[in-house]
Design a protein around this ligand. Structure first.
Ligand code: ADP
Ligand code: ADP
Length: 225
């Protein structure tokens, strides 16, 4: 599994420095939480890793190769969004297979892979439904399957649980954690919730005012003097 590394990564929006020359090596195959208050630069960092936002300076390496200039689909990363962003007119299976269609895979192959992914997130029975016929937690699992179908080295999650009710949020934590373990790939999960980071992370990266203030295990970070 490839190591994700940020090398002096900076993001500016006009005069605003959203991310200020941060450096970090994520533990390969680990569950990392990017934790910090609103506006500290977490989403910008995640979007730069995903390739949805260009870096102003610095580079992003995956397995030692610079991916900073590659398009999102070619980086070996995939992103799952907060608001699920499912296509309302496509079935669950077609939503999951969408990126494969864009890539030009043939139909039989797409259906097979989508079926495997739906099994992984325990949604096989609902593959013909439309997104609005699913609960919030089910939609979330579709979004996960859709991101994972490209077999990324790194899954990026931006506040993935914040739209869920508290009960479901706790349950989905367990599911995310289990899925990460099963797949053995690296997860980078953005959250402003300390309890969420504590429950999920092998590694917590604390951001504040555009820099990384601390990074380490939950113990390192929360027991620090
Ligand atoms: P967080 O995810 O921690 O809430 P963001 O990365 O969204 O932080 O934002 C960091 C800073 O960059 C904030 O000051 C925010 O207002 C600013 N910012 C984020 N996106 C944009 C954008 N597209 N244009 C201008 N400023 C932005
Ligand atoms: P977050 O949940 O990370 O805080 P926001 O809700 O702040 O994200 O931002 C959502 C969208 O608005 C993002 O695409 C971001 O780039 C954009 N955005 C955030 N802050 C600003 C800003 N100050 N100016 C312009 N766009 C912004």
């Amino acid at each position: 599994i490839k190591e994700l590394e940020l090398v002096s990564v900076t993001k500016r929006y006009g005069a605003t420095v959203a991310v200020d020359a941060i450096n970090h090596r994520f533990q390969p195959g680990g569950y990392a939480c990017l934790l910090g208050p609103s506006g500290c630069g977490k989403s910008s960092t995640l979007r730069m890793i995903a390739g949805h936002e260009i870096v102003s300076e610095g580079s992003i390496l995956l397995g030692g190769a610079d991916i900073s200039d590659l398009p999102p689909a070619k980086r070996g990363t995939a992103m799952m969004f907060q608001n699920y962003a499912l296509f309302p007119h496509l079935s669950v299976a077609d939503n999951v297979a969408f990126s494969l269609k864009m890539r030009g895979d043939d139909k039989a192959d797409r259906l097979k892979k989508a079926g495997e992914m739906l099994e992984l997130v325990d949604l096989s029975a609902l593959s013909d439904r439309l997104p609005d016929q699913l609960s919030g937690g089910q939609q979330q699992r579709v979004a996960l399957a859709r991101a994972l179908i490209t077999r990324p080295q790194v899954l990026l999650l931006d506040e993935p649980l914040s739209a869920l009710d508290p009960f479901l949020r706790i349950r989905m934590r367990g599911e995310l954690r289990k899925l990460q373990r099963e797949l053995g790939i690296s997860f980078v999960h953005v959250t402003h919730g300390q309890d969420e980071a504590l429950a999920l992370a092998d590694e917590i990266v604390v951001m504040n005012n555009a820099i990384i203030e601390q990074a380490g295990t939950a113990r390192d970070v929360f027991n620090a003097p």
